[in-house]
Design a protein around this ligand. Structure first.
Ligand SMILES: [Zn+2]
Length: 80
């Protein structure tokens, strides 16, 4: 049946929460190990597009996910 030998646990995605100056919060996900060497990566706020420079494990800077963090209060004034 399940004869997949796993010598090491599969990489799990880690999420780091960041906050933009526009007030939006977003999470940057990667599959790297934070204990490894980190490099700087440029990501953009999913809300306003502002560029942020963050530190991520080396090798993951090409494979980052940026998502708006849940919990952001939608302040849409008025519905007209
Ligand atoms: Zn922003």
């Amino acid at each position: 049946m399940s004869d997949t030998f796993q010598t090491r646990p599969p990489a799990e995605r880690r999420r780091e929460q960041h906050k933009c100056t526009c007030g939006a919060r977003f999470e940057v996900g990667h599959f790297g190990d934070p204990l490894l060497t980190t490099v700087r990566a440029d990501i953009k706020c999913p809300a306003c597009g502002k560029q942020h420079t963050i530190s991520v494990p080396k090798g993951t800077e090409q494979n980052l996910t940026v998502e708006l963090a849940p919990g952001l209060e939608p302040e849409t004034g008025g519905s007209g």
